[in-house]
Every structure is written in structure tokens, then in C-alpha cells.
Write a protein that binds this ligand. Structure first.
Ligand code: NI
Length: 243
């Protein structure tokens, strides 16, 4: 069930039976010469939307702008600063919580978001702690590549050149979902360098084509389909457990 294609009355009825929701969250940022700018929000959205076709889960609108300040040297990248992002995540969660959602599960697609999402959760829990009351609802962060079994599958598909940005696995997921948007390029070097992440000018100097440690030429729509099928299958179980 997709929240944005539902009515308020349908959501009210659903809340009487189930109080959990999945929010895909990512970032709109460069993904090397061939990766789509939306890759990091498309991947969790693709997985969550696929999962709700066969499982009784509610998926909210995708939070598609994240903490990507280090990518701002590449056109098309859009970022919130950490403080803005933390405040926005908090208000998304509070909006849902006042209506009765008790389990808010963020399916994340961008490593650069992790620190801010965790900080947003801590801000919300601190409100309850300083007020001396129970928190009333629970928040969870799950990176899509850490859904049970997914990392092992990606390691098997890409034993070399997976890297950490513009990875063949994330690009494969978008290729499967958007087969008309597949790009190719010659990469030099074939596997991009790895290193630290700092400000945008430093990032572009270290990683001139935008990749980090990856060889996206290995991506294929078929492999993306395999990753999506597994991730979508385990998402509902992961949502139900571990609160
Ligand atoms: Ni990415």
C-alpha cells in the first residue's frame, strides 16, 4: 500500500489494524559518469514499492534529498546541511506519530545520511527523556544494502570493484527498474580510488569522475533484478522484527 496513492480515510482505517510505515530515504547526488542522480533515493523506493506489491506493508512518500554536501561540486546534486536534514526528519516522524504511527522505519539509500538520521532519532528520544515520559513510538534505520542477505549477494555478484559510491549494485538496481535509462562509459581507471570524504572541492579533486572505489561497468539489469527480488522479499520480515 502506497500512502501517496491512498486517501486519509484509508490510512485511518489501516491505523486501526497496523501502525507501522516504511519511509524510503535517500539523496539526489552525482553517481559517477553513468549513475543516475536519483540513484540513492531510487534504490530504497524501488525496493519498498516492489515489496508492497506482495506484502501487506504501508510505504510513505520518498524523502529524496539528503546530506550530500560533498557532492555539490557535481551539477545536479542537491543537499540539505546536516542541521536542516535532522530537523526535517524529525518533523516527518512527528507528523506520523501524532496520527498514531508507532513504528517508523526508514529504508535508507545513502551512507552520508546515516549520521544525520541517527542524530534525528536521538533528538526525538531526547524530547521524551527531558520530559520524563515514554517515547510513544519507535524509529528504525535500515540501509537497504544491509537488509538480511543483500550484502552477501552483492559480494558474490561483485567480488572486486564494488566500492562505496556509484557501486555496481546500486546502479544495477536502477537499471532493472529503469531499463530505458542505462548509460555506458569507458572508465579510467577501471576501479576508482578510495579515500576520505570532506568538502565538495576536495571530493571532486580526489574523485574526478565522482566514483569511489567502484567499477560500475559491472552493473546489469539482471543483477539488479536479483538484488531487488531478495531485498523486497526480506523487507517485510525486517519491518516486523527487531523493535
Ligand atoms: Ni549511492
Amino acid at each position: 500500500m502506497l500512502l501517496h496513492l491512498s486517501t486519509w480515510a484509508e490510512i485511518e482505517a489501516r491505523l486501526a489494524a497496523d501502525r507501522s510505515i516504511v519511509i524510503p530515504i535517500g539523496s539526489n547526488e552525482q553517481h559517477g559518469p553513468t549513475g543516475l542522480l536519483g540513484t540513492d533515493w531510487l534504490c530504497p523506493e524501488i525496493i519498498a514499492h516492489e515489496a508492497q506489491k506482495t506484502h501487506d506493508i504501508l510505504v510513505g512518500p520518498t524523502f529524496n534529498i539528503g546530506m550530500a554536501q560533498h557532492h555539490l561540486g557535481f551539477p545536479g546534486s542537491i543537499s540539505l546541511r546536516p542541521s536542516t536534514f535532522i530537523a526535517a526528519i524529525g518533523d516527518w516522524a512527528r507528523s506520523l506519530a501524532v496520527q498514531g504511527f508507532q513504528r517508523i522505519y526508514f529504508l535508507n539509500g545513502h551512507g552520508g545520511n546515516i549520521a544525520s538520521i541517527e542524530a534525528a532519532f536521538s533528538e526525538i528520544y531526547a524530547e521524551a527523556s527531558f520530559a520524563g515520559r515514554a517515547r510513544g513510538y519507535a524509529l528504525r534505520l535500515r540501509n537497504w544494502w544491509e537488509l538480511p542477505g543483500v550484502q552477501a549477494l552483492c559480494a558474490r555478484l561483485y567480488p572486486q570493484g564494488h566500492g562505496s559510491h556509484a557501486t555496481p549494485s546500486e546502479i544495477a538496481v536502477t537499471q532493472w527498474a529503469y531499463p530505458g535509462e542505462v548509460r555506458t562509459a569507458s572508465y579510467a581507471p577501471q576501479i576508482a580510488p578510495s579515500g576520505p570524504v570532506r568538502e565538495a572541492a576536495d571530493f571532486r579533486a580526489r574523485y574526478p569522475d565522482g566514483r569511489m572505489g567502484s567499477d560500475p561497468a559491472q552493473a546489469s539489469p539482471a543483477a539488479g533484478g536479483e538484488i531487488v527480488a531478495l531485498a523486497a522479499r526480506v523487507l517485510a520480515d525486517d519491518l516486523a522484527a527487531g523493535w
